[in-house]
Design a protein around this ligand. Structure first.
Ligand SMILES: *[C@@H]1O[C@H](CO)[C@@H](O)[C@H](O)[C@H]1NC(C)=O
Length: 107
C-alpha cells in the first residue's frame, strides 16, 4: 500500500513538472491551412520539437472516403538525441518510420 502511494505521488510529480526546457518553449513557426477536403499544418517550438502533417480526403471505395494523411515529427529526448518519425495514415492504418524504430519483415 505504501509503495502504491509513493508511486502515485512520484507519478503525479513527474506529470506536473515537465523539464525546464519544455516549460520555456516558444512557438517559432505555426502554419495551418484547413480546407474542405484537405489540411496542412506545421508547428515548430524552441525546444527542438517540430511537427507537420498534410491530409486529403480520398474516396477509398464507392461508399467510403478516408482522410489520408502524411506527416513527420521530431523531438529531443531526455538522452539528448533528436528522434524523427515520418508517418503515413490511410485506410490501412498508421505507418510510422524512423531510424530508431524496428522495421517489420516483408509480409
Ligand atoms: C523522413 O523523410 C525525409 C524526406 O523524405 C527523409 O529525408 C528522411 O530521411 C526521413 N527520415 C526518417 C527517419 O525516415
Amino acid at each position: 500500500m505504501k509503495f502504491a502511494i509513493v508511486f502515485a505521488a512520484l507519478f503525479a510529480l513527474a506529470v506536473a513538472a515537465p523539464p525546464a526546457s519544455h516549460q520555456e518553449a516558444q512557438v517559432l513557426r505555426l502554419e495551418s491551412d484547413v480546407g474542405v477536403d484537405s489540411f496542412n499544418y506545421a508547428l515548430e517550438t524552441s525546444d527542438g520539437t517540430a511537427q507537420q502533417a498534410q491530409g486529403q480526403l480520398k474516396q477509398v471505395d464507392p461508399e467510403n472516403a478516408a482522410v489520408v494523411q502524411q506527416g513527420s515529427y521530431r523531438f529531443i529526448a531526455d538522452d539528448g538525441q533528436t528522434y524523427t518519425i515520418n508517418w503515413t495514415a490511410d485506410e490501412f492504418g498508421f505507418h510510422p518510420e524512423g531510424a530508431h524504430l524496428p522495421v517489420a519483415p516483408e509480409a
